[in-house]
Design a binder for this molecule. Sequence first.
Ligand code: G4P
Length: 531
Amino acid sequence: MDPNSTIAKEAARRRTFAIISHPDAGKTTLTEKLLLFAGAIQIAGSVKARKASRHAASDWMEIEKQRGISVASSVMQMEYRDHVINLLDTPGHQDFSEDTYRVLTAVDAALMVIDATKGVEPQTLRLLEVCRARNTPIITFINKLDREVREPLDLLDEIERLLKIATVPFTWPVGMGKQFGGVIDMRANRMRVFTAGEDRAAADDEVIDGADDARMTERFGGDWKTARSEIELLEGASHVFDREEFLTGTQSPVFFGSAINNFGVREVLDALVELAPSPQPKPASERVVEPTESKFTGVVFKIQANMDPAHRDRVAFVRVCSGRFERGMRLVLSRTGKDVKTASAVSFLSQRRDIVEEAFPGDIVGLPNRGVLHLGDTLTESGEALQFTGLPFFAPEIFVNVDVADPIRTKQLHTGLQQLGEEGAIQVFRPYQGGSLLLGAVGQLQIEVVAHRLEHEYNARARMTPSAYKLARWVSAEQPADLLAFLEGNAHRVAHDVVNAPTVLYAHQSELRAAAEIWPRVQFHALREHS
Ligand code: G4P
């Protein structure tokens, strides 16, 4: 493909990323500030409105009534320094982490936000593991330097130890809390001086070039000396930035700041433009797809209920993997070979949602649809047989039996469960030997949300009763006869999921261990990738 083609040029200026963090580290605040700095101010308010979602099921449901907000702020597009930056939101509540994992399959880089008062927290660790498994490049932002925080060297050490990623500080803090003086740009021997306040742009910051020790010590006292000696230490011991290592996710550039005070935010945007990669080639079962290919390809990585519950439309979020998307173009759904209409495609260019008619690799388009598109589906312009891989489903840990409360509404309940299953809101299992359907979730909140949605969106109240099962494994075997023998021999505890993948259910880990010994030719998978 000609590197000067429109597609190649547009792909080259795209950056698509998500923020990973533990709740309260400052993701919402930083998202708002990034949008603000890139000039997409209107949408910033809706980010905060969405935030209530993580606190409790009731809040989540309340906010979900305003579907417009959640759909619109799921993908935020901004232009900065002639680049188009797509920020994909990830649900904050850990019960929705499955959804988050899937969003992470659609990005080319991740921004990890660490609360400097706390260091590495559990959810950051889990999310980072997913990024590492996919070699996603990570930029680190250490937030809340305006508070009394942990020693910066300790924080770096903890990140390296717990997250197994080498750190390369690009900025270094002088002081912290009330004494926070600002950050030294490690490459340019320049210091950006901190002033508190939310109403400033970085252009107003005082920047001291060619910092000489005497003058700086006079102004920042012992904090300057400490910062200088820490930097000296780092210069001797720390890693040198290596783009290749960054691009494979083994080394992370680190920035310090205070999101709430708009401080350090511009450095993060600059790092996204200068360091983060443009859209990367995507593996499919058949071949690897290059973003610069002339024909459109895309993958559905998220499905979300639409703004109008009365119509039960759902928006399928499609990541453009190659070519050019144009509203109205005819696409082919690989799984069925059928055409998909795109005339009502939703795009997410911040406030200018209505005028965007085309999209390029790295961009996200929303296709309203009524159950035609499933998670993991591949769409192509050419109709070639292609299935993108890598969309993960995780083995659930919480199970309930579900029955219809009102038998007349059986059909609605089944429709609802089918659709919510396809959306990935919950996993639905059909027992091999019949009987009640089983719902499997990673977190309890998922079950509550599904019960609520069944009642309100499908007018079908569900009766949920606890199940003895505590873990599930997808099963496979090289020889079909081995799998069949296993399924027959374990029929009472086998079920099929929404895509008919066979699953075995256990109440105790020990049962799984025993089964693995008895059935050595059967593989037990805690994760299913769409294929
Ligand atoms: P999250 O999306 O990762 O959960 O975090 P969020 O941005 O909501 O931030 C969590 C809390 O941390 C918020 O306070 C927020 O104001 C605060 N915060 C974010 N960045 C900074 C910072 O740079 N310095 C300091 N000191 N605080 C910061 P809150 O009281 O929970 O909420 P709010 O009442 O301020 O909205």
